[in-house]
Design a protein around this ligand. Sequence first.
Ligand code: ADP
Length: 479
Amino acid sequence: MWVITSRHKIVFTYFRSLKFRILLVLLAVSWVPMILMSASILKSYQDRAIAARSTEVQNQCMILSNQLLSYNYMEDPSTELIDGELAQLSSLYDGRIIIIDQDFRVIKDTYGLIENKYVVSEEVIRCFKGETTNQLSEKRFIEMTVPVRAGDSNKVQGVLLVSVSTDSIWDSLDALTNNAWVFTLVYGILVTVAAILLSHLLVQPICRIIAGLHEISSGHSNEDLMVKTYAETVQVSEEFNKIVTQMRALDESRQEFVSNVSHELKTPLTSMKVLADSLLTQEEVPNELYKEFMGDIAEEIERENKIITDLLALVKMDKKAASLNIEKKDINDLLELILKRLRPIAAKKNIEVVLESFRPVTAEVDESRLTLAFTNLVENAIKYNKENGWVHVSLDADHKFFYVKVMDSGQGIPEESLDYIFERFYRVDKSHSSEIDGTGLGLAIAKSAVLVHKGAIKVSSELGVGTTFSVRIPLNYIA
Ligand code: ADP
């Protein structure tokens, strides 16, 4: 059975690495052209050497053919001068010369093997017709037939059948091939070493990024990552640093949120403890004081309850859009219902709550989340209003969005607070606001509900005059 050990894993990882692929490419672009070049140089040397030898022998044969005619050798092959010449030529080219007369009879064979025999091969016949043939035989010979004829005459009086050894060409080709392979090998080793070094160097910045990421992920470093070698590594470093910054910001806001929650939850508990302790430490506490303190404790419990309810609502809001329950809803009806529920509270301060609707509006919304958002806005408009004031809610729409405005004649919000009122637990003036019941979570919930519908919320306010919250939400839900 095939067992994958950690060594196998390392080998697999190496084969899948960028370093290995760069090495392969470098080796391919250095070795392949080098081998092809050596092979083609050797081949062209071989072709040229054989062609040169053929031409040289052919020229010698022409000269010989002229001499044969001038010494009338074809008729009387006993001329010693020509025999000497033939012997010299065949030893010079390490070859064999056969002279054939018009009757296809061998009148001279420098090997002396087939004299007076007949040679009627295709080449010889073609040669008698005036054609010179030339071919390289497998036995490392150039075989050639050259017609013997007077300079300008067409009459072929004989044929020179010459075979010349190419051994000397092959010997020098072998020597050249050996040299070429030694050179290729030495050059190849140098190139391979260079390719290994280069692949290592090219991948080095990526290794540095990996090491940096590892340091950060294992918590050993808080420093920003920056590898400046390539434009790409700078880009990767910058994008990574952005993610880290976002994560740190998220972590900080989570920590701040947790500490705010703990603080807000502790305050009512501390009050209750103080109230309970003061009852316990006093002896013979009058009934009225008991009642008063228990009433205060009940109020604190109510406050604690409201904070927890709001927190749960906020956590629910923050959940991803997947948990949204989007339906087509009549927004006029939705606002009417909210105002109907809140009017009794407004009535306590004799505040007039009016809904002004410019047109019927239906939109794809999560009813419960949007109800919570508008309830919080109108509730605030009533809460932070004066006696006999007014709250004006308007609804309008165009082809893309619907717009809800909640205006009040209340105390207004100081300009410096406008940027913070949507933050969790933010209350404008804690001491002043403490007279008015609240957790500082209402607007955070409203904003979160609007954003989850891909909408927008804005506030404008003038101290002592009033505040306007403007909400814009798409008619069709965009997933
Ligand atoms: P709270 O529970 O305190 O009402 P919110 O998040 O709803 O918390 O509001 C944050 C703060 O913004 C409030 O404490 C209040 O000071 C201020 N605020 C909100 N709405 C209004 C408004 N309509 N008029 C004046 N001040 C407002």
